[in-house]
Write a protein that binds this ligand. Structure first.
Ligand code: CA
Length: 402
């Protein structure tokens, strides 16, 4: 999970650091690392980080194994049905419900204060660390310092390194406690240090914001982060639906909203085949695998809060779907037909073809992100195909022959 999250990056508000170290050069080996750390210490002192916290950098060395892991992430690509089959296990659904019951008082108090329901939080808890079992034990500062020096995304990791020092400086975590996943995520729902620093909550009142060991702190902080990402209390996030064989497919796009009444008019039904509520409530029709795959009505809580937690559509759809399962929804239907997802190599080929045609698909990374979907939709419209934004082997073949 952590890999997806990191690849999606960090909120734009992190571009606050424009001082010496941020302007420093970068490097793809240990050469120059010590000089970088020296200037980073100065910057930390200038930002008011305590000397005790800054001295935590004394034992930090450049770690090539972190860079190796970072580069290995590039081949990650799976369809929603493949990914959810791996991640949404019966164990996680059952255990999620068990934990909501076990910690009912905490979940109730958290929902009262932040407006985020238990299943949503517990689904992230499951996906990120299996309810706190796999929080990682790598030294966070070493990972972040290495990634902050590395040339790939220094602008993302330098503020994270600073935030990690701030966590020590503020007394939330000791140097020894600052350990977690390889790319700097900490605790049971894998907060990056910046989110930890900005949004963690001391909910058990012991004076420390402890996302490693305190379940009340973990639950409340996760809810607080979602709330900051725009979560709207009392509103749904994702509901599976049944769709007809024919729809204005170009409207099935998470960037497009219509009142539920409009979707009802177009023939969208509940998963049990009944009419959906035909009211003015806005919703998007989300087809993560195109018109023949699973179908959902996605609400603003999905298109804002979930996608800010992790902008990967496959991850977010899976997290939101797992939450619905924990809340009692049935297993997802595969859809109206067979969907043959593109392989990693095919996605890369598609992205190259689209880029050659002049589309901005972002990085050629083998992942079907926002840019690729938008380009696919445009090409489908031009070719007179159902414009459901989902690339198929047939579409790829047509483009290559075309
Ligand atoms: Ca606490």
């Amino acid at each position: 999970m952590r890999l997806v999250r990191l690849l999606c990056g960090i909120s734009a508000s992190l571009t606050i650091l424009t001082t010496a170290a941020s302007a420093a050069t970068c490097g793809n080996s240990a050469k120059g690392f010590d000089g970088f750390m020296k200037s980073f210490r100065q910057e930390a002192a200038a930002q008011g980080i305590s000397q005790a916290a800054i001295s935590a950098l004394d034992d930090v060395a450049y770690d090539p194994s972190i860079i190796k892991r970072d580069r290995a992430q590039n081949v990650f690509s799976q369809s929603f049905l493949e990914f959810q089959a791996r991640m949404v296990s019966d164990y996680r659904i059952k255990q999620g419900a068990v934990l909501i019951k076990k910690h009912k008082a905490i979940f109730d108090a958290v929902e009262e204060r932040f407006g985020v329901p238990g299943p949503v939080i517990v689904a992230f808890w499951a996906l990120e660390t299996d309810f706190g079992k796999n929080i990682g034990d790598l030294p966070t500062l070493q990972s972040l310092a290495t990634l902050a020096w590395d040339c790939r995304r220094p602008e993302k990791f330098r503020p994270q390194l600073m935030a990690a020092l701030d966590l020590i400086s503020r007394g939330d975590l000791t140097i020894d406690e600052l350990r977690g996943a390889w790319a700097g995520e900490i605790g049971q729902t894998q907060f990056l240090p910046y989110d930890y620093d900005e949004s963690a909550v001391d909910f058990d009142g012991d004076g420390k914001r402890d996302l490693r060991n305190s379940i009340p702190d973990v639950i409340a902080s996760s809810a607080n982060l979602l709330r900051k990402h725009g979560w709207q209390p009392g509103q749904p996030w994702l509901t599976e639906v049944r769709i007809p064989d024919d729809l204005p497919w170009d409207q099935a796009d998470i960037a497009v909203q219509h009142p539920r009444a409009q979707w009802a008019k177009w023939g969208v039904k509940t998963v049990g085949g009944k009419p959906i509520k035909a009211d003015g409530f806005p919703a998007s029709l989300h087809l993560p695998m195109g018109r023949n795959g699973p179908a959902f009505l996605a609400y603003e809580n999905f298109t804002t809060a979930y996608l800010k937690w992790n902008e990967s559509l496959v991850y977010s759809t899976t997290a939101a779907y797992l939450a619905t399962r924990i809340a009692g929804a049935p297993r997802v239907k595969p859809g109206n037909g067979e969907v043959e997802p593109l392989s990693y190599k095919q996605i890369v080929a598609l992205q190259e073809t689209l880029a050659n045609m002049g589309y901005d698909v972002g990085k050629i990374d083998g992942k079907i992100g926002k840019g690729t979907r938008a380009a696919v939709k445009d090409v489908q419209i031009k070719l007179g195909l159902p414009a459901d934004s989902y690339p198929t082997p047939e579409l790829l073949a047509r483009l290559r022959n075309g």
